[in-house]
Design a protein around this ligand. Sequence first.
Ligand SMILES: Cc1ncc(COP(=O)(O)O)c(C=O)c1O
Length: 378
Amino acid sequence: MKSIYFDNAASAPMLESVVQSMSQVLMEMTGNPSGTHKHGRKCRAAIEKSRKSIAENFNASIGEIFFTSGGTESNNTALNCSVDQYGVQRIITTPIEHPSVLNTLSFLKTKRGIQVEFLAVDNMGRIDLAELENKINAQNDRTLVSIMHANNEIGVINPIAEIGEICKSNNILFHTDAVQTVGHLPIDLNSMYISFLSASGHKFHGPKGIGFLYVNSNNIIQPFINGGSQERNVRGGTENLAGIVGMAEALEYCKNNLDKKRQHVVALRQYFIEKIKTALPPTVKIMSMEDPEDCLYTILNIMVPQTAKSDLLLMNLDIAGISASGGSACSSGAEKGSHVIGAITNNKQAGKSVRFSFSFLNTTEEVSQTIEVLKKSL
Ligand SMILES: Cc1ncc(COP(=O)(O)O)c(C=O)c1O
């Protein structure tokens, strides 16, 4: 049985060119990047070349890219630094952020007394910019806005350029978790007001355990991991050289193939939507926005009515060799209610939500097979 991988938003398969670039580093780059000798300098050069190509991808400067261990660390760092170093006292966010944001905010609230305010989301996960402005205006000093670029469970896209403009005109900080969009949507950081942006390599066909935090050059940050002078003194510890090189390679591939990749996945997702509507019972609901302009084209979330069969749906898919997810990566396969679905349905929707997430490596044949399994399981 050929397996089908529809959990790309949890982790996208590494590209062959990424594996090759990393193997080369592992085989040939013996030194420590902090070493001053030839071997060390070779490693340092590889890191700085990667930083340059990543920065260029976003129209950012090299001094604005800090390598981290992934999206979780980037989110934690942006939020904690805002409180510790910028004196932020209030954070405005949404209830559908990733747990690495929500749990950090809950920590900052209980341990540090930070005021956390949630914007309402509608039945598609959209925020209201007027509400954001009202909240900011109610008390705008020492405020940070933390709103994700695209949601990882339903794919709704937030208008980060407009949110940035609102934050800019109020002179407050803006963090966006762009873990699901980097590599999939073009992002020009020079043309937007964004103070911090989080990204993670394994969401765009790079390696796991590596990511970066963009910190706008107006916002100098102090060390958040004390140690050596790596990452311009702010994150001590010997760099994950192979991870950094692999991530830069993956991003370069995504940049060069963005339109082709997008076209393929948009068509695949559209085919999936049509099949859901024509081949599955009408009780199966599409929870993501259908238009790929409003919704991240890599994600499609469906809800099936709560029955004994639906409880076993993910398991049945798994038995048929199809990997999908019940929510975010942390709860992939876990039979746990989703806070995102809860928020967009006011906790009223009784059903089981399943997220299918695609990459350019998926095929329409795989969609057809999945529809057949869904048909049988339901
Ligand atoms: C939106 C979002 N933010 C953050 C993360 C965490 O990223 P990482 O796995 O690199 O820690 C994820 C991973 O699922 C995500 O989807």
